[in-house]
Design a protein around this ligand. Structure first.
Ligand code: DGY
Length: 333
């Protein structure tokens, strides 16, 4: 049997890299910036396994350029909007992701951002460092309270629920909007309009799909309370940044905190960067050492399983297995 060819699109943390190396001899893109599309196609052409990151756009053209021998695409992220999963399914290629291990880190980041926006922490830090702190004043940099406020969670999967769990400790009332999710952690299911009209904090936890693209638009923002804080730790494309800029500039809502933008990185001429009431950080939801180690390990487990012809431990398109087994059974009859 010939040795499988593998391409990993960046250095990933050791736990995953070591696991892959125990089994195979991967080619690794060692630069800090991701490979361009041309470089990716060039280096991945002919590989059996691809381990990629959310910065790599793996669409049908890339899959076809890699070739029909491609057995597995393992994405080191829980979100797979950078991979054309439908195209992979059509080609019988399982796509792996890394759910669960980044739930707590992302929920923590959501709370860090929510608190920072509510209590104007970034603005206050800048104020002090600019030498503007002359005295304690009863109305200096006043923010919003958590206790007794209402938090609206849009998308009540693992991360949304972990956010609700944390909100209990802050004495918040929690509403959620999610088509099929069952209530948990004292959160109440409501329709989207009710959530927007009643929430002091709105946190986004939906994947980016055609149905959720620009879910947060001018109409959505117009339904929020004037004191409301919006937090997005999901994907930048879920939010229309022009509409958000208008809502923040005109004080239609109080503040926003974004972990993700569209595009990433956010261009330095983005009008959002002028706003004091908008915190923006560079996609750090899962950025803790332990979490990234676990993501790398899960991604490697998916890759290794796919190359060995085994079912991926975390597969976003398990229907490929039905298609494969029916193809096999047709072949053996
Ligand atoms: C993911 O895994 O989708 C996250 O966005 C990475 O932080």
């Amino acid at each position: 049997m010939t040795r499988p060819k593998i391409f990993i699109t960046r250095f990933i943390p050791d736990p995953g890299l070591n696991l892959v190396k125990e089994h195979f001899l991967p080619d690794i893109w060692v630069q800090d910036l991701p490979p361009s599309r041309t470089e990716l196609v060039e280096l991945a052409r002919g590989v059996d396994g691809l381990l990629c990151l959310l910065t790599d756009n793996i669409d049908c053209e890339v899959m076809d350029a890699i070739g029909p021998q491609l057995k597995v695409i393992s994405n080191m992220a829980v979100g797979v909007d950078n991979v054309d999963v439908a195209a992979a399914t059509l080609r019988g290629i399982p796509v792996g992701n890394t759910p669960g291990v980044l739930t707590d880190a992302t929920a923590d980041q959501t709370f860090a951002l929510m608190l920072s926006a509510a209590r104007r922490i970034v603005e206050a830090d800048r104020f002090l460092k600019a030498g503007k702190w002359v005295t304690w004043h009863p109305s200096l940099l006043l923010g919003a309270d958590f206790a007794g406020s209402t938090l609206g969670i849009i998308g009540f999967g693992r991360i949304g629920q972990a956010v609700a769990k944390r909100a209990q400790g802050f004495d918040m009332r929690v509403l959620y909007h999610s088509p099929y999710a069952k209530p948990a952690y004292g959160a109440h299911p409501v329709d989207l309009d009710t959530l927007l009209h009643e929430s002091d904090f709105v946190s986004i936890h939906v994947p980016l799909k055609s149905e959720t693209k620009h879910l947060v638009n001018a109409e959505f923002l117009s339904k929020m309370k004037p004191n409301a804080v919006l937090v997005n730790t999901a994907r930048g494309g879920v939010l229309d940044q022009n509409a958000l800029h208008h809502a923040l500039k005109s004080n239609q809502i109080f503040a926003a905190a974004l972990d993700v933008t569209d595009p990433e990185p956010l261009p330095m001429d983005s009008s959002l960067l002028e706003l004091e009431n908008c915190i923006i950080v560079p996609h750090l939801g899962s950025a803790s050492k332990k979490t990234r180690d676990m993501m790398s390990l899960l991604a490697a487990q998916n890759l290794v399983a796919g190359l060995k012809g085994e079912r991926l431990p975390n597969c976003v398109n398990p229907e490929v297995y039905n298609a494969l087994s029916s193809r096999n059974s047709i072949g053996t009859m």
